[in-house]
Design a protein. Structure first.
Length: 219
């Protein structure tokens, strides 16, 4: 039986580079938090199940061609489709662990270096989406990524693109905007060590949230 009640859930986002282990760590984190008594829901972007998600999937698999701006707006719309659900689910006390969010949205589109698709342009359609409580960025050195096998067949799984994505992500960490609140974890360690580091970053935030709710008298 979940032991936490009355308190809103935390919105946790795991971001990272290709092969950084996001899927592996999202699953691990959910299991861990569940065993601690949290109610958990997961989410991943792109969510390929909705009609918009299906269009994104076709694009990523090179079955459909799209203008850079169009696919960018579809990725954003794919998040907006879930915005209300996120707010309501958190309110019901569920903690959400989300695999990629608007950080990926900005960076992958801007990495195309299309002159009319700047990082600022890419940020705009996502402004107003629910803000995560904690964002963990799994950073992976290119040499480590290479050890994890070759690239897949999807659109962005090419060396040059991945390098630009990495540079832009690292740039975001240094930027003064809200994106700089990402917590960095070195994803090059073992699955267990990476998992423990993620948990350390998250536990501090969960404690903060619990303290806030108890101060507000809602626990
Ligand atoms: N995209 C975008 O352009 N705009 C947006 O708004 C959004 C996304 C949201 C699809 O994303 C593409 O969409 C993606 C970004 C773009 N393009 N690229 N590249 P996706 O999330 O559906 O797909 P993905 O990034 O390719 O995710 P993935 O395949 O699920 O990778 P991962 O989750 O980071 O890694 P993993 O599957 O957990 O692990 C990869 C391998 O490494 C696997 O064999 C593991 O067993 C191994 N692994 C994991 N951890 C370790 C450690 N610690 N040591 C050694 N080996 C490990």
């Amino acid at each position: 039986e979940p032991k936490i009640s009355g308190q809103r859930g935390a919105f946790i986002v795991i971001e990272g580079l290709d092969r950084a282990g996001k899927t592996t760590q999202v699953k691990r984190l959910c299991d861990k938090l569940y065993s601690q008594g949290h109610n958990i829901k997961t989410l991943r972007f792109p969510d390929r199940t909705s009609p918009i998600g299906k269009m994104i999937d076709s694009y990523l698999q090179s079955k459909a061609e799209m203008d850079d701006h169009v696919i960018h707006l579809l990725f954003s719309a794919n998040r907006w489709e879930k915005a209300k659900w996120i707010v309501e689910t958190l309110r019901q006390g569920y903690t959400i662990v989300c695999d990629r969010y608007y950080y990926s949205g900005m960076v992958y589109s801007a990495a195309k270096y299309n002159p009319t698709l700047s990082l600022d342009w890419a940020r705009a359609p996502d402004v107003g989406l629910p803000r995560p409580d904690v964002v963990v960025f799994l950073n992976l050195e290119p040499e480590e990524a290479e050890k994890r096998g070759g690239y897949g067949d999807e659109k962005y799984e090419k060396k040059e693109m991945q390098q630009r994505v990495r540079e832009l992500f690292l740039g975001l960490l240094k930027s003064p905007g809200s994106e700089s609140d990402m917590q960095v974890v070195n994803a090059g360690e073992s699955v267990e060590i990476v998992g423990d580091r993620i948990l350390e970053k998250i536990e501090a935030k969960l404690k903060e949230l619990a303290a806030e709710s108890s101060r507000a008298g809602i626990v």
